[in-house]
Design a protein around this ligand. Structure first.
Ligand code: ADP
Length: 265
């Protein structure tokens, strides 16, 4: 009986070990495949503007620089592309910082309502389109523990998309909903919307519904991926709902504890 027992033990030990090893390999292979795909994406994303710039610069050196109409136009294109590449590299650095293990949030207790309001003010001032803003924020304070810099970037990325994809005179609405253990922050627009089959992918790195169009709008395809990383780091989630031709709502949650009045005193 004892001998049998040890054999069984051996067998289970072996099988368990095998399963664990196989599991590790698939996990590592998956990470490796993702890394390779990411590097291929980065190379492609940088090569496209670089080859286009090379053509413009070649045309300029071949004589277009003499043409007073064409030359400034070609130089403008190369400048815009350079600026977009700088944005992309900055976004990539940001993502790589978040991927590293020593990534820390610098959290403080903040009244989210005034924080949100201030950011909306800043973007309302900066926008150069005739999109209108509507705030539907609670009249009382909501305290959450957040990294202000990170959440400022999350809100910038979402709101600048809402403005970018809005039609002439469209309205962007801001709201906060309080729930038992979280708050939900939503930014909705009346833009072109996102097709159902693509909505799950918009938080992926480099994913864009219409590559040519968003490239023209100066997009890098990294804004929502960064927003997702940052919201997740706070213990929240981010999602989108959209109706094509009607508009898009981007929402994210943040952990929140509702305090009774007297607990603050
Ligand atoms: P980008 O720099 O291209 O805007 P993002 O990561 O911010 O990259 O967004 C990814 C894609 O999701 C965009 O290219 C666009 O296709 C889609 N998208 C994001 N926000 C909106 C919105 N408010 N309305 C319509 N499409 C949107």
């Amino acid at each position: 009986l004892r001998a049998n027992f040890s054999v069984i033990q051996k067998e289970t030990g072996f099988v368990n070990g095998l399963i664990a090893v196989l599991h590790d390999i698939t996990e590592l292979e998956k990470i490796d495949a993702e890394r390779r795909e990411f590097v291929a994406n980065v190379s492609h994303e940088l090569r496209t503007p670089l080859t286009s710039m090379r053509s413009y610069l070649e045309a300029l050196t071949d004589g277009a620089w003499r043409d007073e109409e064409i030359a400034p136009n070609f130089l403008e294109v190369t400048k815009t592309e350079t600026e977009r590449m700088i944005r992309m590299v900055n976004d990539l650095l940001q993502l790589s910082k978040m991927d590293s293990t020593d990534y820390r949030l610098n959290k403080e207790w903040v009244n989210f309502v005034t924080f949100f309001d201030r950011i909306i003010d800043r973007l309302e001032m900066a926008k150069d389109s005739n999109v209108t803003f509507k705030r539907s924020l609670p009249p009382h304070a909501i305290f959450v523990e957040i990294d202000e810099d990170k959440l400022t970037q999350v809100l910038y990325n979402i709101i600048s998309n809402a403005i970018k994809y809005s039609p002439e005179g469209g309205q962007v609405t801001f709201s906060i909903q309080e729930e038992e253990e979280k708050i939900i922050v939503s930014i909705s627009d009346e833009g072109m919307g996102i097709p159902k089959e693509n909505i799950g992918k918009i938080f992926d790195r480099f994913y864009r519904v219409d590559k040519a169009r968003t490239r023209k709008l100066g997009g890098t395809g990294l804004g929502l991926a960064i927003a997702k990383e940052m919201v997740n780091a706070h213990g929240g989630t981010i999602w989108a709902t959209s109706v094509e031709g009607k508009g898009t709502v981007i929402s994210f949650s943040l952990p929140y504890e509702r305090f009774e009045e007297d607990e603050w005193s």
